[in-house]
Design a protein around this ligand. Structure first.
Ligand SMILES: [Zn+2]
Length: 138
């Protein structure tokens, strides 16, 4: 294993804990992707499937507005409050993968790509969950 892998969180181990932690994939703004002119058709990203309850590999179906990319939002409760953290879900940005000897991709999230946790109101949380951009076909 390479050293850089130790700073990645593997999606195999990143499972939501019932009622304590919840993931959704929604569009967010990423300056790094804006500079790199992402997303483009065929760019890979990771989306959390609301039905499958796991992270799935996806591809952008069309060129998007530069910087507006799929983001993973982690929602959790702490001290009786609701908190959210987000991270860009584009390959070569907030996530990446390596292929093992069998050609199986192992996706991981770069730990440092998470934003600082911020408190979110129940109304804003509802708006975040209800807002679905079907352009990415998540
Ligand atoms: Zn990005």
């Amino acid at each position: 294993m390479n050293d850089w892998i130790t700073s990645w969180i593997y999606f195999e181990t990143l499972k939501p804990k019932a009622m304590e932690e919840y993931f959704v994939t929604r569009v967010g703004f990423c300056m790094k992707c804006r500079k790199a002119d992402r997303p483009k058709t065929g760019d890979e990203f990771i989306a959390f499937g609301s039905t499958s309850k796991q992270f799935l590999e996806k591809e952008a179906q069309h060129n998007g507005l530069a910087g507006l990319t799929p983001h993973t939002y982690k929602i959790f409760t702490k001290d009786g409050k609701i908190w959210v953290q987000s991270a860009c879900a584009m390959n070569h940005c907030g996530v990446g993968y390596y292929e093992d000897e069998k050609g199986v991709k192992h996706w991981a999230m770069y730990e440092k790509s998470w934003s600082k946790p911020r408190e979110i109101s129940k109304a804003d949380l509802r708006a975040l969950i209800d807002f679905k951009d079907t352009g990415y076909q998540i």
